[in-house]
Write a protein that binds this ligand. Sequence first.
Ligand SMILES: *[C@@H]1O[C@H](CO)[C@@H](O)[C@H](O)[C@H]1NC(C)=O
Ligand SMILES: *[C@@H]1O[C@H](CO)[C@@H](O)[C@H](O)[C@H]1NC(C)=O
Ligand SMILES: *[C@@H]1O[C@H](CO)[C@@H](O)[C@H](O)[C@H]1NC(C)=O
Ligand SMILES: *[C@@H]1O[C@H](CO)[C@@H](O)[C@H](O)[C@H]1NC(C)=O
Ligand SMILES: *[C@@H]1O[C@H](CO)[C@@H](O)[C@H](O)[C@H]1NC(C)=O
Ligand SMILES: *[C@@H]1O[C@H](CO)[C@@H](O)[C@H](O)[C@H]1NC(C)=O
Ligand SMILES: *[C@@H]1O[C@H](CO)[C@@H](O)[C@H](O)[C@H]1NC(C)=O
Ligand SMILES: *[C@@H]1O[C@H](CO)[C@@H](O)[C@H](O)[C@H]1NC(C)=O
Ligand SMILES: *[C@@H]1O[C@H](CO)[C@@H](O)[C@H](O)[C@H]1NC(C)=O
Ligand SMILES: *[C@@H]1O[C@H](CO)[C@@H](O)[C@H](O)[C@H]1NC(C)=O
Ligand SMILES: *[C@@H]1O[C@H](CO)[C@@H](O)[C@H](O)[C@H]1NC(C)=O
Ligand SMILES: *[C@@H]1O[C@H](CO)[C@@H](O)[C@H](O)[C@H]1NC(C)=O
Length: 757
Amino acid sequence: MGFLLRSICFIFFLLNFLNTFASPTRHLCRPDQRDALLDFESEFTIRNLDNDYFSSISYPKTKSWEKSSDCCSWDGITCDANSGEVIELDLSCSCFHGILNANSSLFKLQKLRVLNLANNDFKSSMIPTQFNKLMELTRLNLSDSWFSGIIPTELLHLTKLVSLDLYSNSLSAEKSFLSKLVQNLTNLEELYLGLVNISSEIPQNISNLSSLNSLSLDDCNLIGEFPSSLFLIPTIQSINLNGNQDMEGTLPEFNVNNSLVSLDLSWIKLLGNIPYSIKNLKHLNTLKLQFCKFQGKIPSSFGNLTNLSVLDLSDNYFSGTIPSSFGNLFNLTYLDLSSNRFDGQIPSSFVNLKKLTSLRVGSNMLSGNFPLSLLNLTKLTDLSLADNHFKGSLPPNMSLLSNLETFDASDNTFNGTLPSSLFNIPSLTSIVLKNNQLNDILEFGNSSSPSKLERLSLSHNHFRGSIPKSISRLVNLYQLDLSHFNAGMTVDFSIFLQLKGLIDLDLSYLNTTNTVDLSIIFSHLSLLSSLHLSGVHVSTTKMGSVSKLPSRMNELLLSGCGITEFPEFVRNLQHISDLDLSNNKIKGQVPQWVWKLPQLMILNLSTNSFTGLERFSNDFPRPEIIIHNKLVGTLPRSLKSCSSLEVLNVGSNKINDRFPFWLNFLPKLQVLVLRNNKFNGLLYNPHQTFGFPKLQIIDIANNHFTGNLPSHYFADWNMTTRKDFSGFDYIGYGGSYYRDSMFEKKLTQNKLRNKED
Ligand SMILES: *[C@@H]1O[C@H](CO)[C@@H](O)[C@H](O)[C@H]1NC(C)=O
Ligand SMILES: *[C@@H]1O[C@H](CO)[C@@H](O)[C@H](O)[C@H]1NC(C)=O
Ligand SMILES: *[C@@H]1O[C@H](CO)[C@@H](O)[C@H](O)[C@H]1NC(C)=O
Ligand SMILES: *[C@@H]1O[C@H](CO)[C@@H](O)[C@H](O)[C@H]1NC(C)=O
Ligand SMILES: *[C@@H]1O[C@H](CO)[C@@H](O)[C@H](O)[C@H]1NC(C)=O
Ligand SMILES: *[C@@H]1O[C@H](CO)[C@@H](O)[C@H](O)[C@H]1NC(C)=O
Ligand SMILES: *[C@@H]1O[C@H](CO)[C@@H](O)[C@H](O)[C@H]1NC(C)=O
Ligand SMILES: *[C@@H]1O[C@H](CO)[C@@H](O)[C@H](O)[C@H]1NC(C)=O
Ligand SMILES: *[C@@H]1O[C@H](CO)[C@@H](O)[C@H](O)[C@H]1NC(C)=O
Ligand SMILES: *[C@@H]1O[C@H](CO)[C@@H](O)[C@H](O)[C@H]1NC(C)=O
Ligand SMILES: *[C@@H]1O[C@H](CO)[C@@H](O)[C@H](O)[C@H]1NC(C)=O
Ligand SMILES: *[C@@H]1O[C@H](CO)[C@@H](O)[C@H](O)[C@H]1NC(C)=O
């Protein structure tokens, strides 16, 4: 009996013991904390939308939240082992959709030390000021969660914060935000405010954040002086101020005592040189100084930054030679020196950069033959030598670069044979060699494995003779440019018909005398969206037999193709936006349906034998009309109703009309070109204001206008400032004419006098 009792007592003791020590989290959850969590969850819709930006990384952590189970065991929750209070809540990527209100139950969890609500959809909620109830917070992460409005200064009451991440929301900050932050959040180690509109200076005493390790203030609209005191913070490892274009300054001298690993100052105006003392940043792994306006030579001391893995110095004004000490940067994987003024040759020491995967030196003044040292860099996936002064032939053993994916050597003077080994690199997807002096192609490779090549541009070289049939092996091409290939008498156009994936095909100016049957191209290449055949004789007579036109065709350039009739099939190209039929022999009327093509932006019908325009439709939606032809008679008065018209160019016709005052109400007209016609009469109408509210360019040269031109016509023109011209970028085709004459108001060769002369 005594034994039994002792045994029962022992078992009881054991159970108690297990309960207390062996599973310390069992039944720890405090009901008030549990209810607050469940109430918080119920304030939101929780679902993973298929089309959700985060859908691939999100899952609802709250799925495991069962009222009957211990809330401390729920997904995303950590409790204090003693008190049972929730001290960490990680609901990042948990598919929350809805407004975070000031009365949210979240703010009942006042012992929270870590809170992560990143990557949810708070539907443009303001950040509630009630966050200042969570005074124990050391880490707060609200990144990428669709918060908006002004960051409440109450956040700055959270003086225990070590990490604050508000990256990528639609937030803005008061001008004094950073100064106040420096004063209060003195324990910060990580501060991520990328994309917050701060619009103020960084206070120099940001260096008072003496524990700061990572600072990201990228794209924050920061202004003023670049705070070089940042480099004085002994703990700082990462600084990212990328994209603050209105900030400026110079780099300071660097001390030996620094821990900097990553520095990104791209787009800040950092005038002057890079100091020799850059070598003291000996822990540096990533350095990005793109678009900084640096100038001068690159100090050879760069070669001491042997931990560098990523170096981007592109888009500056660096000059001189690339230091051969770059060859010491054994750990470099990414090197971008493009768009500078480097000259000389690529140093042979580059042979040491064995880890390099990306090398971009395009748009400099580098010279010499193809740098053979590069053939040792077998990890290279991305090589650009474009737009330099390289010459000589490309090496025949290009396939040593066995991992290459993109190769761009365009705009140089490489000559000789295009090495067919290039096409045997299995990983290669893009070859751009346009604008060189290559004169021979043997084969487009001979490897048995299928080519991955998607993009091939060989235009403007000195190629001569037939295009090798092996081009039809490149079945994954979607962009092919062989324009200005001097192909000779006959071209077998059927070699292109197996390239079913082609979206963008340029075979213009092949210098061939045979004719392309457009119906064959259209019936085989159904994905085409851009086709250039200018300068090649094109037959459209069988187009009627094509059952299905390429549905995405939007750019069709058929200038100088010997076309004699307006191509009727164009009527069915509902996505056409750029149509060039200039320099043909098309007779008769411009059909009215042209003006009804819903996407047409640019139409060039110049140098044909048109005799007239059918009536414009009243809802003509196109912003640009170019007709450079033999139009006779008067301008069609129906143009008056083209309220979207931005560019009207009827230059070089035989129009015999008065000045079109009746167009002066067109609200968007910016360019009016009437040159080389027979316009006549007065330009000045005392009964009418000049109007043309948006006009920026007027060209009336070579007409028969007479009379006075009062200066007050021009006094009203307020659209001539440069900043208004940004809207002109879309006028790509033929745009150079408008850009060249941007500020000229061509009024030459008429009999005009300014009244105030
Ligand atoms: C919380 O505030 C929102 C908006 O102000 C309101 O619609 C809601 O009823 C409030 N909820 C509670 C529990 O008071
Ligand atoms: C914030 O959370 C997101 C998503 O979990 C994460 O990617 C990011 O690194 C976090 N920020 C900090 C400072 O830890
Ligand atoms: C700094 O924090 C304290 C304590 O939380 C607070 O009273 C004060 O208003 C804060 N200062 C600023 C500038 O936010
Ligand atoms: C930082 O400088 C500002 C003036 O520029 C001053 O008001 C503030 O007190 C300083 N903060 C710290 C922490 O020294
Ligand atoms: C940023 O804020 C400034 C001033 O508060 C404002 O002028 C500017 O338009 C804002 N920029 C953006 C992109 O919201
Ligand atoms: C901030 O740093 C400056 C020197 O950089 C120092 O004079 C000042 O006392 C510091 N302020 C605080 C509050 O630590
Ligand atoms: C920098 O590199 C040069 C040459 O590569 C070397 O002689 C020098 O000792 C290095 N300096 C430091 C501080 O590492
Ligand atoms: C390069 O990186 C390796 C690790 O990838 C590291 O051990 C080494 O110290 C780095 N620096 C040099 C100069 O190799
Ligand atoms: C570069 O490659 C060639 C041929 O592959 C080889 O003979 C040479 O030793 C390599 N050079 C270096 C420095 O690795
Ligand atoms: C290529 O150009 C160089 C001059 O840069 C010339 O010496 C050489 O003969 C040319 N080779 C061919 C094949 O045209
Ligand atoms: C076009 O080819 C012919 C002969 O096929 C040749 O005589 C002529 O020079 C070539 N035109 C151009 C511009 O190369
Ligand atoms: C240009 O001036 C007209 C009146 O002459 C005025 O109505 C219009 O608002 C002005 N446009 C701009 C952009 O200032």
